[in-house]
Design a protein around this ligand. Sequence first.
Ligand code: THU
Length: 310
Amino acid sequence: MNALRNVELKARDPEPARTLQAALAAGAQDQGALHQRDTYFAAREGRLKLREERPEGDGAPSRAQLIAYARADEAAARTSAYHLVDVPDPPGLTAALDAALGISVVVEKTRRLLLAGTVRIHLDHVEGLGDWVELEAVAPPDSDLSAEHAQVAALRAALGMTDDRVVATGYAALLLEQGAATQRLVDLARRAMDRAYAPYSHFNVGVGLRDEAGALHSGANVENSSYPQGQCAETSAIGALISSGATAIREVAVMADTELIVPCGGCRQRLAEFAEPTTPVHLCGPEGVRRTVALAELLPLAFDLAEAQA
Ligand code: THU
């Protein structure tokens, strides 16, 4: 099957009632409201989500689709290619994919749909994120997308979607930035810690990392009878993240059964290679997070080759 393409744009909406009036004034047809739950799985490539939806109010049957897509994050109208598969047993599929891949985040929202010609207007109220407006122009297979970009640009102006309100990321990424996956990350670090190979120090360490696509990775320390050949849990987890195809670290959980585990000096530099100074690092005991610090707090004045050569 060929992937479908669309052009889309998403913006914060401080005045949803006014946006609805502007959309109706621009000739859009109100199609009513839906409740949608998107469960994001930690896919190796691109993004994978199960969408369950039911019309707001009446007793009409709900439906579910598995959606696989790849999308570049840019604060501009984006194109995305996706695949849709009808799902007859959503709880069964959720359990199977959770076991195989893990869930990274769940997004619940009420979506009011309007149609302006072929452009879909979504007025969304998202749990934990507030109100948003989204434009989506679905492209015919032979389109060069210029018509879709023009339609989106015209509606964007009519609805007052100014640059300062437009966001590059999706709802899942925004929720993840607010800590929606922290508990899962801590659980992964605990599992890795329990599996560590540390027969010489008897000091087990587990690490969980979240990457730029919302996927979670983990690692444990692996020691060796030739002591210097051992590696830290951070190093193992970074290897898992990079070999999955990810390129950035967005959140870190480090766990050990001690008062306050902190990454060693070498691992602070290793984390800095793929993270930002502001990236949160959760320092955890077996029961959970004990303290959260920014990476820059652990590694001030970090070495950066590009800066050193500038
Ligand atoms: N260790 C880690 O895995 N990560 C840290 O942040 C600190 C230390 C490991 C290395 C070694 O296997 C054991 O803990 C004792 O030093």
